[in-house]
Design a protein around this ligand. Sequence first.
Ligand SMILES: *Cc1c(COP(=O)(O)O)cnc(C)c1O
Length: 238
Amino acid sequence: MDLRENIARVRERIAAAARQAGREPGEIGLVAATKVQTSETIRSAIAAGITICGENRVQEMTAHLADHAYTGAALHFIGHLQTNKVKDVVGRVDLLESVDSEHLLLAVEKQAAKLGVRQDILLEVNIGGEAAKSGVDPAGARALAEQAAALPHIRLRGLMTVPPVASAPGGNRRFFAEMYQLYVDIRTALGDNVPDMDCLSMGMSADFEDAVREGATLVRVGTALFGPRPPMKSRQQG
Ligand SMILES: *Cc1c(COP(=O)(O)O)cnc(C)c1O
């Protein structure tokens, strides 16, 4: 596996998809999804040009932070976050992408207030309406955004989604289009109350080009950069 080559290829594909859609490639940030990677691999990725790392699991992230593995890159949390682990994430990440309930939002606000920081967040939307997946449903996203916008220690930066596993290429494009519409609708409706809303995080190795075509500003890519991950005993996001 040649990380440098993989990064270059993914960036080229992002740029090509952006140009096809009449967008500037520079509008799209590449988040390296580093779950199960070692601190050493993360350092190599940053040395090879990765500027944003996305972590899924609090435990792994805490270990990598202790190793100073992320030095030189921004850090995003992209996995399901349990309320009792909020203290391990708030104030330590540049962007918490996965706020998926009012309960979690209020816990993040409380911890950020305690630390005297303002935490940048995205609201995670369950765009496919899957019962087993975390995220607010699209109909509830606007109300939660309104609530987030009113909290003093929260800075609402936008929306994130993990769509259903597509059975065929292109299968998620309509979900990405729906997410973009939701993002625009919320920004329009809340206007000056969400002055910092500039992120739409969607698209993974299998579908990031479609996500870019539909308006993603952040894509989260693991496999296409690092190669296949070993199978996990329990396939959970958190
Ligand atoms: C693992 C993961 C990704 C990247 O998935 P790949 O298919 O390996 O690119 C993106 N987002 C989240 C939330 C993930 O857990």
